[in-house]
Write a protein that binds this ligand. Structure first.
Ligand code: NAD
Ligand code: DAU
Length: 353
């Protein structure tokens, strides 16, 4: 028995693979294209571990994917692979269409052919789990109830539109061909190995580097934050017990405005790594031009997952944020490696720094 994970060198995928192999001996075949966001250093602790088979490649390569399925005969495929950054999707949507839509389609085709060739228990137990986002539901008004699995899809960015299209294809492959799929739609993750183009790691690193901490617009946009390991535990539960063809929302119940997130991070840093001259990192907060089409609020109702599968997040926002800051403080060499050349180009382009 084994599982095939795609995008397992990225932020959530790597956390998932590390957690999986902490708890199971079931091998993981890890297929990742290693875009700018994929980093084999995230998996360094698995070097020499025969349970982890890393393959560099594209989910949109049918020859490669079919070959891996035939060779390893996994009991499940978990699809994390995606272009994931909203701001990059605004600058250049093409890669998002390529991977999140065309790549998902190609992966589904390979999986369908593999699954149709299975027999008996292997066919009955096989699952394709597609990891998606709450952004497909669009933006909530301040007084609107949190997104449920029946909320209407209203994606607003090229990123969320491409994820929505991928979700629809996954759904269609179940209804039309019977492929045993599961879809999860999760809120904003944070934690170790988070690439510092996203708000929380960017804020930590800019604060520590003495640089401006950029807040888009008025900073009152709300996200529902979840510690990445709680996302991973939810995916494991859905994989083992989720009902085929269903979608499950995953969220931490931590609705926080961006400015409040950043102020909390600054307070944690003031405590763990004081500046020494009595100043707070908060002085570095800088308001910058807003993101075009910026969604105002996301919030997730995770009661289906909690009720059906007994999921509960382990971390509060406070414990998760402190763990995250400590991880970045203790992993300076990881930080140095990911913030070299290509990263600087992005920072220049996005923030003019
Ligand atoms: P990430 O950008 O950190 O990692 C994506 C990984 O996919 C990288 O390792 C990259 O190399 C790989 N990849 C990209 N294109 C590929 C391709 N064509 N073939 C194979 N591999 C490819 O993203 P993340 O934050 O870890 O997100 C993982 C998944 O979870 C995505 O599908 C994303 O939409 C979803 N998601 C993310 C969040 C979040 O807050 N980060 C929340 C909900 C859902
Ligand atoms: O909701 C789930 C989604 O969360 C995932 O599907 C995406 O893959 C993931 O990137 C994340 O999307 P967001 O756009 O919400 O995350 P990001 O960290 O880019 O931004 C979080 C909020 O902070 C958002 O309102 C924009 C704001 N922001 C972001 C950056 C990078 C700033 O104010 N300043 C910044 O410099």
């Amino acid at each position: 028995m084994s599982i095939l994970v795609t995008g397992g060198a990225g932020f959530i995928g790597a956390n998932f693979v590390l957690d999986w192999l902490d708890q199971h001996d079931e091998p993981v075949i890890n297929l990742d294209k290693l875009t700018y966001a994929g980093n084999v250093e995230n998996l360094a602790s698995l070097q020499g571990d025969a349970r982890h088979i890393f393959v560099q490649g594209d989910i949109g390569d049918p020859v490669l994917v079919s070959g891996l399925l035939t060779k390893h005969r996994p009991r499940a495929v978990i699809n994390f692979a995606a272009e994931s950054h909203v701001d990059r999707s605004i600058h250049g949507p093409r890669e998002f269409i390529h991977t999140n839509i065309v790549g998902t389609f190609s992966l589904l085709e390979s999986v369908r052919a593999y699954w149709e060739g299975l027999t008996g228990d292997a066919k009955g137990c096989f699952r394709f789990l597609h990891v998606s986002t709450d952004e497909v539901y669009g933006s909530l008004r301040a007084d609107a109830p949190a997104f449920s699995e029946t909320s209407r899809y209203e994606p607003n960015s090229p990123y969320s539109a491409s994820k929505a299209a991928g979700d629809h294809l996954v759904r269609a492959y179940h209804y039309t061909y019977g492929v045993p799929v599961l879809t999860t739609n999760c809120s904003n993750n944070y934690g170790p190995y988070h690439f510092p183009e996203k708000l929380i790691p960017l804020c930590i690193l800019n604060a520590l580097g003495g640089n401006p901490i950029p807040i888009y617009g008025d900073g009152r946009q709300i996200r529902d934050w979840l510690y990445v390991k709680d996302h991973c535990s939810a995916i494991r539960l859905v994989l083992e017990g989720g009902r085929v063809g269903e979608t499950y929302n995953i969220g931490g119940g931590n609705e926080v405005a961006n400015l409040d997130v950043v102020e909390k991070l600054c307070a944690i840093l003031d405590n763990l790594k004081p500046l020494g001259d009595g100043r707070s990192y908060k002085a570095q907060i800088t308001f910058v031009k807003d993101r075009p089409g910026h969604d105002r609020r996301y919030a997730i109702n995770a009661s289906k997952l909690e009720g059906e599968l007994g999921w509960k997040p382990q971390e509060t926002f406070e414990t998760g944020l402190t763990k995250t800051v400590l991880w970045y403080l203790e992993n300076q060499s990881w930080v140095t490696h990911v913030t070299s050349g290509v990263y600087r180009n992005w920072m220049n382009r996005q923030y003019g720094t």
